[in-house]
Ligand binder design. Structure first.
Ligand code: FDA
Length: 365
């Protein structure tokens, strides 16, 4: 008999299992996939750790969480500095003095500010009615047209004029020559990949892969006193209030034989509407790899359907209201803990998932 049955060997499930074991509890972790790690999973191809479910860069401001992940793996000094490719023109991201110099030749922060203000004023938008108007009112037309419009439309599968303004609350603009995407104090990639880090968390814990909770529900529930569920909350309650919506992604990964360095950067965003993918990831650059070949992944956003992977929750009013009904049911459970991105219908970065799992542990013990 186990103390906890943990559904999902992703980050939430793995941190919970590790901490429960430390407190003398016996855990069984199951996952329907054939591997541990959930969306953090990295797989070695050509000696390169390939991020199978999209680029994952660890970043946090919280020293406790940074020390926590470093206790499972050493981290390298990788700094996320994505590049935008707009029809062959290259721009630095996030929007900073390098970008403004590339766009307009601006040399000083005042010159760049003046350019942005001129464009904002010329557009004359006072109460933005959609995402396009919102973005132009924040950063002007050039940045919007070249670096925001196409990318956002591909991500959401709809014209920016049909997307609500609230999707973009603010657009970070930096008037320094600083290409570091994150503002956090700590960032990096685990040396040896995320899978090795999760393996370390799950050391000494029973794990069963290729097991779907819903296919063996009764028999699995009978194995443990308590359930920790990190799958989709609407599925747990048999979709009784409806199906929660997501955006999905398709990843196309290729080994490139012709060169050892395809694009010179780990992440390149393709911001033109005509390019069908949103980004290309070149995985070796996350770890400063010097392998003979290189591996790239094109990322294509997709409408989600139940047979696809759910990636980004669509937190509009309709879905949030539906989620609240499921949440009310889950609040009444005494023997089930719901955690992680799918069970709470929330986009979480990794450090937030760890924070949430550690808070759940504090609550439980
Ligand atoms: P996760 O989905 O990883 O784990 C849940 C597990 O439960 C899965 O393995 C699933 O198979 C399993 N499961 C579900 N239903 C089941 C069932 N019925 N039976 C058995 N098993 C079941 N964050 C960050 O900090 N930096 C970054 O750069 C990125 N980048 C990024 C890119 C992309 C494209 C996405 C979509 C997300 C990110 N993230 C990120 C976020 C990061 O992926 C996220 O914080 C964690 O993976 C969430 O971990 P969870 O354990 O909550 O879910």
């Amino acid at each position: 008999m186990y103390d906890y049955l943990i559904v999902g060997a992703g980050l939430f499930g793995s941190v919970f299992a590790h901490e429960a074991k430390k407190r003398g509890k016996k855990c069984l972790v199951i996952d329907k996939r054939n591997h541990i790690g959930g969306n953090l999973y990295t797989e070695q191809i050509e000696g390169i750790n390939v991020h199978k479910y999209g680029a994952h860069i660890f970043h946090t401001n919280d020293k406790e969480i940074w020390d926590y992940v470093n206790s499972f793996s050493e981290f390298n000094r990788y700094t996320n500095s994505p590049i935008a490719n707009y029809q062959g023109e290259i721009y630095n991201l996030p929007f900073n003095m390098n970008t403004f110099h590339q766009l307009w030749g601006s040399v000083t922060p005042d010159a760049a500010k003046q350019k942005i203000n001129e464009q904002k004023n010329k557009a004359g938008i006072t109460s933005p009615k959609n995402l396009e108007e919102q973005a132009i009112s924040l950063v002007g037309t050039d940045i919007y047209e070249k670096l925001i419009k196409g990318y956002t439309e591909k991500q959401w599968g709809r014209p920016a004029t049909e997307l609500p303004a609230f999707i973009i609350k603010r657009i970070p603009v930096r008037f320094t020559y600083d290409n570091n995407y994150f503002n956090d104090r700590y960032q990096g990639i685990p040396i040896g990949g995320y899978t090795a880090m999760i393996e370390k968390m799950l050391e000494g814990i029973d794990v069963r892969l290729n097991v779907d909770f819903f296919e063996h529900r009764e028999e699995l529930e009978a194995l443990a006193g308590k359930l920790v569920f990190t799958g989709m909350i609407d599925q747990y309650y048999n979709y009784q209030f409806g199906v929660l919506n997501y955006r999905s992604l398709q990843f196309e990964t290729r080994v490139i034989d012709e060169t050892d360095n395809f694009q010179g950067n780990a992440v390149v965003n393709y911001t033109a509407r005509e390019t069908p993918f949103t980004r290309i990831i070149e995985h070796k650059h996350f770890e400063f790899g010097t392998q003979e070949r290189t591996v790239i992944t094109e990322e294509y956003p997709l409408e989600w359907e139940p047979n696809l992977e759910p990636y980004y929750p669509i937190n509009d009013d309709k879905n949030n209201q539906m989620y609240r009904k499921y949440k009310e049911l889950s609040d009444q459970e005494t023997n089930v803990i719901f955690g992680g991105r799918l069970a709470t219908y929330k986009y979480y970065d990794m450090h937030q998932v760890i924070g949430a799992a550690l808070a759940t542990i504090r609550n439980e013990f």
